[in-house]
Design a protein around this ligand. Structure first.
Ligand code: G3I
Length: 300
């Protein structure tokens, strides 16, 4: 029988369907009613990022991250951790570091946050958005600590919590022939050949801001899977919630056995970081949009 919610429909094939949750919206009952009904995976939209979790060096704050974690797990949902090492949303003290002191701060941050959530999460986005569009490395303060910073982050993460899946997460890696996609794929192959621990790649799948679903999306997912990692669509939104694009991205995941699940980047259009593009599955009043039905049908 066809399931009537996104999470239940995805679960029929052993997958999940998730959403980003913002702690500041957990007192909005329209929001929480939809989120609790439809989804079975949660990502904290901002609350587990470095600026939120380590506002002062060595002083960790898990208040809002735990609020989301507890809300989700009390409702039987799982949680993806987002994110440990990123050029953006660093606390001010981290932005001012460089070289070996920044490298050590990154390691300490990974250890501090992962110790708190040890054994509790489905996956961590260990490193986020580290590549340029042409497939070279982004010139961030983290990159300036040495080209090995990504593998150091993954090795640190594996030691900190051997039970959690370790993901690399990025946007504009959905087109198989695109430079950035190839750069990330080459990194995965290199890590696999040298025994650097990596379990998954998160394709953010922001088909907003001028991007759209490429015809070779399923090939991209399969290419990562063939390199030996699981894949997930981690931050999905689509300009004007195109039903064909939502259907296509969902079907691509369904067609790749190592595609573990799909997360949309917010609940209602009004919750989106790009709300002017109305890119989500529920309108501002919480009504199901046509794209909701196209996703549900593809999952079923
Ligand atoms: O909470 C403050 C509020 O107190 C203040 O009044 C207001 C004024 O600007 O800012 C609020 O913080 C904002 C925060 O979102 C919470 O709404 C920040 O300015 C704003 O920068 C932040 O944006 C987040 C963005 O990441 C930052 O990089 C978005 O919510 C979040 O959706 C977005 O998520 C990222 C993923 O982590 C990585 N991939 C891309 C994705 C979209 O940009």
């Amino acid at each position: 029988a066809a399931a009537s919610t996104l999470g239940a429909a995805a679960a029929q094939s052993g997958r999940y369907f998730g959403t980003a949750i913002a702690a500041g919206r957990l007192n909005d009952s329209n929001y929480t009613t939809i989120a609790a009904r439809e989804f079975n995976m949660v990502t904290a939209e901002n609350e587990m990022k470095p600026d939120a979790t380590e506002p002062q060096r060595g002083q960790f704050n898990f208040g809002s991250g735990d609020q989301i974690y507890n809300w989700a797990t009390q409702r039987g949902m799982k949680v993806r951790g987002h994110t440990l090492a990123w050029h953006s949303q660093q606390p001010g003290w981290m932005q001012s570091l460089s070289g070996s002191s920044l490298r050590q701060a990154m390691i300490d941050h990974i250890n501090g946050v992962m110790a708190h959530y040890k054994g509790k999460l489905a996956a961590w986005d260990v490193v986020n958005e580290a590549f340029n569009e042409d497939g070279s490395r982004r010139q961030s303060n983290l990159q300036a600590t040495g080209n090995d910073w990504i593998e150091v982050a993954f090795r640190t993460a594996r030691a900190a919590d051997p039970s959690v899946k370790l993901c690399y997460n990025d946007y504009n890696i959905e087109n198989a022939t695109y430079g950035k996609t190839q750069g990330v794929l080459n990194m995965v192959k290199d890590f696999k050949s040298r025994g650097v621990p990596i379990d998954c790649v998160g394709l953010q799948t922001h088909f907003t801001g001028g991007s759209s679903l490429p015809g070779n999306f399923q090939t991209t997912l399969q290419n990562f899977a063939s390199a030996g990692v699981d894949v997930a669509l981690t931050e999905v939104d689509v300009t004007n919630a195109s039903t064909t694009q939502y259907q296509g991205l969902t079907q691509a995941c369904m067609n790749v056995s190592r595609c573990l699940g799909i997360t949309v980047w917010g609940v209602r259009d009004s919750d989106s970081w790009r709300s002017s593009e109305s890119p989500l599955l529920f309108d501002g009043s919480g009504n199901k949009k046509a794209a909701y039905t196209s996703v549900l049908n593809a999952l079923n």
